[in-house]
Design a protein around this ligand. Sequence first.
Ligand SMILES: Nc1nc2c(ncn2[C@@H]2O[C@H](COP(=O)(O)OP(=O)(O)OP(=O)(O)O)[C@@H](O)[C@H]2O)c(=O)[nH]1
Ligand SMILES: [Mg+2]
Length: 367
Amino acid sequence: MKVKVFTASNIQDAMAQVKGDLGRDAVILHTRRFRKGGFLGFFGREMVEVMAALDTPPPAPAPERKPVPQVVTLPRPGDEDAKVTALQLEMANMRKMIEQVLAKLPRQEKQRPPLYDLLVKNDIEPAIAENLVQGLPDEGPLTGNNPAFVRQLLMERLTNHLQRVEGIVVPETGSKIVAFIGPTGVGKTTTIAKLAANFAFGQGMKVAIVTADTYRISAVEQLKTYADIIDVPLEIVYTPDEMKAALFRHRDKRLVLIDTAGRSPRNQYQLAELQALLAVDPYIETHLVLSTTTKYADALDTVNRFSVCSPQKFLFTKIDEASNLGTLFNLLYQFPTTLSYITTGQNVPDDIELANPAKLANMVLRD
Ligand SMILES: Nc1nc2c(ncn2[C@@H]2O[C@H](COP(=O)(O)OP(=O)(O)OP(=O)(O)O)[C@@H](O)[C@H]2O)c(=O)[nH]1
Ligand SMILES: [Mg+2]
């Protein structure tokens, strides 16, 4: 048996080489794509490698043997079974032959489909990417699976992991209090202004804003400016008791939005203080605000440390600035937390929308 490896820039050229060298009876044992040149696996040229084998024919028949004329017989009942058995035998021989060849070959690097590389390029954690592509059919001309079809299957898997979506739901005949917590500068205050405007103008609701961010004068001024433009009342609170009193004063509002100071996830004292502020009312729904531009490891640390405040939902900001949605997807894959809104820019009140699973999945798999 003859086994050869052919390399070309595309599958058609590789197959032409196989045919030219080993002929039409060659058996394809294995194909893979890889990158040649480049730096750390990037920017290289994509190449295709095809491993093919040819079962070399037995020595030529003795010259004196005369060719036996072929007798063509019509199939009779019962012949079909014989044909199937012969075919099965042939296939078993072929499988044995391939197994013998593979056993003699040096161990190959684990094969991963091209979509795995695309996920990892989009900062999906390698272990998560591996789970996502597990069991996907192979794509490419050798298997007959259209790459677009395989991509669509993966897209459905991604969408499934982003299904848990719910914004702020104000009960028909009741009210809602929502607090926004998170690290500094992620966009909590801007997001509150966007939501206040949308609920007050868009849905005609009575809205109030309470801020516990009293660390910086500029923070209060920033929110006061928004509150004045939107024409909603703003309360400034320093202690849990004041928070309780402010919520009581605004019990007639359909929606109360609470702004908090950005906390360093590493400052346990600040987190405990935040926890105490939110503990004044068990009905406060807490959204942990995270920026999509944050590195996954840092975002994971933030989620773990803010878990003392038991946030019910994640809200992701700055999608317009993120080069990919790796952090967002990795977190939602790991935590069974509901996703509320995503923000897409600095403009108040427009740059905010309810998360859309299919749209986000599309962005996760950006080429
Ligand atoms: N590009 C972009 N910028 C945003 C977005 N949301 C907020 N920002 C900007 O991010 C910066 C910080 O926004 P803030 O709303 O003050 O953030 P914060 O979380 O309240 O910050 P602290 O109160 O200091 O913790 C501002 O310049 C905002 O305009 C967004 O979706 N996209
Ligand atoms: Mg703020």
